[in-house]
Design a protein. Structure first.
Length: 683
């Protein structure tokens, strides 16, 4: 209106006549200007509204993207309104209700932040507090809220009317953070207290961190720092500089003797190098794991020595056990162990090999002597086997089937448990049958030695008589021969002297042969001979010894030729002794001498015999007939050596000798020797 008035005054002064027209034009112009101004203002307002709407939409989207809740705390109403989000009730909550959902431990601190914003001019407050998400009043459900609060002032004043708060639920983030921290503490604890030394290095070999074990292995100055290893590059240390290519690091495992004079290290270490890569495949760290194996190496070396010693000890034990087993088998001995609780007894070969296990009742059946007493003892072993004992008696075979009677010697000692209770027995059982037989043989040999001494005395007496008899005849008839003049009488005396000389010569020959037998100097010299022809010649000589007309000498020669290889002179001596004895004891009937080829036990041989119809030999004397100095009739001339000499000759030829006799009907003396018959012809 001021502008119009000015225009009007100008026009009224200069051109009064144009005043109405100018007034109309001015009014129209003003109308147009106002219209245009209104349109421009409306357009500007609309643009601002669109811009505000866009900003509002962007803010809504931003709030939605950040997942934040926005609330407004109205100080006048003491009420909290929800502007955005779902954390608070749609209608909001009053201040007291809001306080009830804040954790009591965080309430005072949270209220203090709000006081700072409301009363102290704090432009922005950022803090955390715990919040109960449960609005039912049943079970609290606590979470962590991240709160950013700003003041809203009354227009034209500095008084705060509202507090706008952006709230974010970071419960999951806090839980994840706590879990990460827990895992980090756990991993740190594991890392720090690992039984293996661990260190982390940069890719270019500089120390970052080491755990306690590594610090102990490397003799660090302290838990926080070590000057030497902190200033020494990994790739400059032995053995890393020799075996690790720092331009191409790969995973390695090696054992080495670590010598670091600066840290007084002289240990055997087991080390592993492990590169750790980032997401781009580049080495981010080098992990070094080290274990001190010096003690293990020493223990391993000692274990090897122990194994060698154990092996040697086992070999010695095995050798001892083999020797013990051999000794026990050679001595027919077994170890045994009994259990009173089980009522069983185990027999061992050696110390560990169980040969047999039987019960006490079964064992009692093997005893032949004192069976009832032993059965009673086995029924109540705790009452009888409390001290060391020794038993010797006859039993049936325990370790093999058989009916022969054995002599066994059993020794035992009691066994006790840790509490001293009697639990069983241990001992040895030895088969002493051979020892008992040898003892019996020794007894017999002793008796035989005593008899031999007696027989030697008799022999010396007989020798004196036997030698004196032919010598007296020789000397006496030699003296008479000078006084006899008749040829017939001289011839008879010469025959008597010749016979006594033969008798004396045979006696001396027997003594010489016996001395050779005792000195083991008898020799058998086989020669090829025709036994048939030699037998005929021998029988012709032996037939002259049979002087009594009531005794017939018979020869049994089934072959006209028999070639073999043997000592015919020794065999002639045996046959001659057989015939000589037969002549002494046979006064009627016959004396038959013969031989034949006979095979025994798969071997070819020669069988010879001398059969007579003399007085015969008693049954109880047949076992003694081939012993020395044995004469069944002391009144018959002879030394008692002939048959013992025959036995020695035949045994030297690996043959057999014997006699079949019946009192009053006669005797047959025979021998068999192995012979290789080369050729023969029967008559």
């Amino acid at each position: 209106m001021t502008v119009l008035r000015i225009i009007y005054n100008v026009l009224a002064f200069k051109m009064p006549q144009l005043l109405p027209l100018i007034l109309i034009v001015g009014i129209v112009a003003i109308f147009i200007i106002v219209l245009i101004s209104n349109r421009m203002i409306l357009l500007r307002v609309r643009r601002r509204m669109e811009k505000a709407k866009t900003v509002t939409q962007m803010m809504d989207q931003a709030v939605a993207i950040t997942s934040n809740d926005i609330v407004r705390y109205d100080l006048r109403d003491q009420y909290i309104y929800r502007l955005y989000g779902t954390m608070f009730p749609e209608n909001g909550i009053d201040l007291e209700d809001w306080k009830s959902h804040v954790h009591p431990d965080d309430l005072e601190e949270t209220l203090e932040w709000f006081r700072q914003v409301i009363y102290c001019g704090l432009k922005r407050a950022e803090f955390y507090y715990r919040w109960n998400f449960d609005f039912t009043g049943q079970n609290p459900r606590w979470g962590y809220l991240h709160n950013v609060s700003v003041p809203e002032y009354q227009p034209g004043t500095r008084y705060v009317s509202n507090v706008i708060s952006t709230i974010k639920d970071e419960s999951k983030l806090r839980q994840d953070e706590q879990e990460v921290n827990r895992l980090a503490r756990c991993y740190k604890l594991i890392f720090e207290h690992s039984i293996i030394g661990l260190s982390f290095y940069t890719p270019d070999g500089w120390l970052l961190d080491s755990n306690q074990m590594m610090r102990e292995i490397c003799h660090f100055d302290s838990d926080e720092f070590d000057e030497f290893f902190s200033k020494t590059n990994l790739f400059d240390q032995s053995p890393f500089r020799e075996i690790v290519d720092k331009d191409n690091i790969e995973e390695l495992w090696f054992c080495h003797l670590s010598i670091v004079p600066e840290r007084d290290i002289y240990d055997y270490l087991e080390t592993r190098v492990h590169p750790i890569y980032d997401e781009k495949g580049q080495i981010a760290y080098l992990a070094i794991a080290t274990r001190n194996v010096s003690e293990e190496r020493q223990m391993y070396q000692q274990a090897k020595l122990n194994d060698i010693e154990i092996q040697k000890a086992n070999e010695r034990i095995r050798a001892y056990e083999e020797e013990l087993t051999f000794m026990m088998e050679a001595c027919e001995m077994r170890a045994w162990r009994s259990s009173f609780a089980d009522g069983t007894i185990q027999f061992f070969k050696g110390l560990s090999t169980v040969e047999r296990e039987i019960t006490f009742e079964q064992l009692a059946e093997y005893f032949l002597d004192d069976k009832e007493t032993i059965s009673e003892h086995f029924a109540r072993p705790q009452d009888f086997y409390t001290t060391s004992m020794s038993y010797m008696g006859r039993t049936r075979p325990i370790f093999h089937d058989g009916d022969e009677v054995q002599w066994n010697q059993i020794n035992s000692i009691p066994l006790h448990d840790k509490e001293g209770n009697l639990i069983g027995g241990f001992g040895l059982i030895r088969n002493i049958s051979s020892l008992m037989r040898k003892q019996e043989l020794l007894k017999q040999e002793t008796e035989r030695a005593n008899d031999s001494g007696r027989l030697k005395s008799v022999f010396l007496a007989n020798m004196t008589h036997e030698i004196r008899t032919p010598l007296n005849a020789i000397v006496g008839f030699s003296d008479l021969l000078q006084a006899i003049e008749g040829p017939e009488e001289k011839k008879e005396m010469i025959r008597i002297i010749h016979n006594n000389c033969d008798m004396l010569l045979r006696l001396i020959n027997d003594i010489l042969v016996l001395s050779n037998v005792d000195a083991n100097a008898m020799q058998i010299i086989p020669k090829q001979v025709d036994i048939a022809r030699n037998f005929d010649d021998l029988c012709q000589s032996l037939s002259q010894r049979v002087q009594e007309p009531t005794v017939e000498f018979q020869k049994d020669n089934p072959y006209c030729m028999l070639l073999t290889s043997l000592d015919s002179a020794r065999l002639d001596q045996v046959v001659t002794n057989f015939v000589t004895n037969a002549v002494k004891y046979t006064h009627q009937g016959h004396i038959r001498v013969g031989y034949r080829i006979e095979e025994r036990q798969g071997h070819q041989g020669l069988y010879a015999y001398c059969e007579d119809t003399g007085s015969g030999i008693p049954q109880d004397q047949k076992g003694r007939i081939f012993e020395r100095f044995v004469k069944l009739n002391d009144y018959i001339q002879g030394t008692g050596l002939g048959l013992s000499i025959c036995k020695a000759i035949i045994e030297k030829c690996d043959g057999q000798i014997g006699v079949d006799s019946e009192v009053g009907k006669g005797s047959t003396f025979w021998f068999w020797i192995p012979a290789d018959i080369q050729e023969y012809q029967e008559n």
